[in-house]
Design a protein around this ligand. Structure first.
Ligand code: F0G
Length: 427
């Protein structure tokens, strides 16, 4: 397996459809993209990735694209995607917040927060789902499913509903934040609560998909990652427009490691097309919660494979995952960019969540892991003070109202009387 930053532009195999095909990252077997439902390699069960005969340049994006389409968000990058438009709400085009006070406190040259919580259902999953549901339509399937720690289920329910398809979600019982269950439910998903963790839910839904009962829209589905790679494109374009350079590092929370894989893939395509110098690819830096850190363990041990953690626990329930299925794509992403991975405690996550919140950036606990990780890496001297960094915040504060309530101050009861209120405020 290679997945090097500077892999040459692949030449299209005979099975390619309009310059697009699927390739196994382990054995390089290739498949026509839409002739059959397929999640992993028929030959060796390795992970698949979508490949293009013409990887994108920056000029292909937006106004430069020669097909009709929106001028912001995921579909602005249609030249780098398998279709020109999908089932859209629309998604992407999220803010890259300036946070000068946090920047100073952390002590880096520049810090920006890419707030993916500002997507239609409040997380980055929407970027993958708009593409995934479009592919489901192409394949002619009508029953969609996923296992989820919450956000994927909310996105699947919303996009599946908009695409007039049935949606089924499997959630770990008692471990999904209230806002996410409310979304999945109201957007019309059938919700199954499994007496097990996320990894068990994924095992079950993968088997249902293998038996042809449902179309799987977890990040194991290579088309989901196509949408998510646009996060990296947006960061590069916007950061460069403001600073004249690309960020040195992107710090992001890691669960199933789909996002890490997706962003790396987008950068590799820009390198393949000659649009991006391999030296300019930001260092991908993954952050996990201490109670669910199998990727960090693999990076620290220099291991090629990730050991599945059977017991996982963290307040950041979105990343309460012990078996990151995209690790074979994400480990090269971290290593080949010169990045690293670090685990943070729930206390550190909550502190970072509060720190972002006082700047007006409301994020759920898992999202705050990125800033918590950056702070720790600065303390350890791994991140230099002259670095320009982007932290990804993946989900909105309102996703997990209970965690937000616990992290914030308590409301103070006062009598229904102006003088008494004044006395209370001053006292
Ligand atoms: N942040 C949030 C808010 C998430 O919901 C997730 C994953 C991640 C980070 C990790 O992303 O899996 O690509 O490494 N949530 C999935 C879900 C597992 O079911 O919603 P990853």
């Amino acid at each position: 397996m290679s997945l090097a930053i500077d892999d040459p532009t692949p030449s299209a195999p005979a099975c390619a459809d309009d310059g697009t095909w699927l390739a196994c990252i382990e054995c390089e077997e290739t498949f026509a993209p839409f002739e059959a439902v397929r999640y992993t390699c028929d030959e060796c069960d390795g992970l698949l990735e979508v490949r293009y005969a013409n990887p994108p340049t920056f000029e292909d994006f937006g106004e430069g694209a020669d097909s009709e389409g929106p001028d912001r968000g995921v579909w602005r990058y249609r030249e780098a995607l398998p279709f020109d438009l999908g089932v859209t709400l629309p998604e992407g085009g999220t803010p890259l917040h300036r946070v000068p006070r946090i920047e100073e406190a952390v002590g880096v040259e520049a810090l920006r927060i890419k707030h993916e919580g500002m997507n239609p259902t409040g997380s980055f999953k929407d970027r993958g789902m708009t593409v995934g549901v479009r592919v489901a339509k192409e394949l002619g399937v009508d029953a969609l499913a996923c296992a989820s720690t919450g956000n994927t289920s909310a996105a699947l329910a919303a996009y599946g509903g908009r695409g007039d398809m049935q949606t089924l979600v499997l959630l770990p019982k008692g471990k999904v934040a209230a806002g996410k269950i409310a979304q999945a439910s109201l957007h019309g998903a059938r919700i199954l609560e499994v007496d097990g963790n996320f990894d068990a839910c994924l095992d079950i839904v993968q088997e249902l998909a293998a038996r042809g009962e449902v179309y799987l829209l977890n990040s194991l589905n290579p088309f989901r990652l196509e949408g998510q790679k646009t996060i990296g494109f947006e960061i590069l374009e916007e950061f460069h427009a403001d600073y004249g350079v690309y960020p040195d590092r992107i710090v992001l929370p890691v669960g199933n490691a789909g996002n890490t894989s997706a962003i790396y893939k987008g950068f590799r395509e820009l390198v393949q097309s000659g649009a991006l110098d391999p030296e300019d690819v930001p260092k991908l830096t993954g952050v996990q919660a201490e109670g669910a850190a199998p990727m960090v363990e693999a990076i620290e041990e220099g291991a090629d494979e990730v050991r599945r953690w059977e017991q996982v626990e963290t307040r950041a329930t979105a990343i309460r995952i012990g078996n990151p299925v995209n690790a074979p794509k994400a480990l090269p992403g971290i290593r080949n960019t010169g990045g690293t991975a670090i685990a943070v405690s729930d206390v550190e996550i909550t502190a970072a969540q509060r720190h972002l919140a006082v700047e007006g950036v409301g994020v759920e606990p898992a999202s705050a892991a990125s800033l918590a990780g950056l702070k720790k890496l600065r303390r350890q001297g791994v991140v230099d003070d002259d670095e320009r960094v982007v932290c990804l915040t993946t989900g909105h504060l309102l996703k997990d109202p209970d965690a937000a309530y616990e992290a914030g101050g308590d409301p103070e009861p006062v009598p229904n009387d102006v003088d008494a209120v004044l006395k209370h405020i001053r006292g």
